[in-house]
Write a protein of this length. Structure first.
Length: 209
């Protein structure tokens, strides 16, 4: 198994959002997290991405423990939040260059830029782009360095049908390359099309759907 979630607990204020989430994710697996807004989907993904730390439990990526102090596990993941609102004054090219410097990886190829439709605004500032264009740019940045774990929070939200089909293609391509993928979504047709293993977060627990 490449990714291990072990007994994750997370409290936000007075509410225990996650209360003992455990899961093993193999390389090339697609995990889909379903549930209404406020159920804890984004909380779980932020823990997976190392944005927040669990109150209890731990996450391991290829044997490396994910924590604020460690960089080995962080270098193995790519994350696209639902908001997809990076620094507005950066060019798309600058965002990707920054990620490349952090991961010590090459810039995305022209073919990758074209697949995501980012090549047409590669030298535009992120703050001038539409929500969907920013999400595409953030997805391109998340793919830098061939991550072992790709985390996508509501990837079809705010995206047109063509963009949604593109995201499905990227997920399947990454799956074939052995990347483990975790997707949260409220979009059931999109979730079904991914042909992954589906779970729901219910009362802080991860339930096989």
């Amino acid at each position: 198994m490449s990714i291990e979630l072990e007994n994750l607990h997370k409290r936000l204020g007075d509410r225990e959002v996650l209360r003992g989430v455990s899961l093993s994710i193999a390389s090339g697996a697609v995990i889909v997290i379903l549930g209404p807004n406020g159920s804890g989907k984004s909380t779980l993904l932020r823990l997976l991405a190392g944005i927040w730390e669990p109150d209890e439990g731990q996450i391991r990526i290829h044997g490396s423990t994910l924590s604020h102090g460690g960089t080995a596990a962080r270098a193995l993941l790519g994350y696209v939040p639902d908001t997809s609102d990076p620094l507005p004054d950066l060019l798309v090219a600058e965002l990707c260059s920054l990620v490349c410097a952090l991961k010590q990886a090459p810039l995305p190829s022209v073919e990758q830029q074209q697949q995501l439709g980012v090549h047409t605004y590669w030298n535009q500032r992120l703050g001038t782009l539409s929500f969907g264009q920013r999400k595409r740019a953030c997805l391109l940045a998340a793919l830098i360095g061939n991550p072992k774990l790709l985390i996508l929070d509501e990837p079809s939200n705010g995206i047109d049908p063509e963009g949604t089909a593109m995201i499905r293609d990227v997920i399947q391509q990454q799956r074939q390359n052995g990347t483990a993928i975790v997707v949260s979504t409220n979009d059931l047709p999109f979730a079904t099309a991914l042909a992954g293993r589906m779970f729901r977060i219910q009362e802080g627990l991860l339930i096989d759907s």
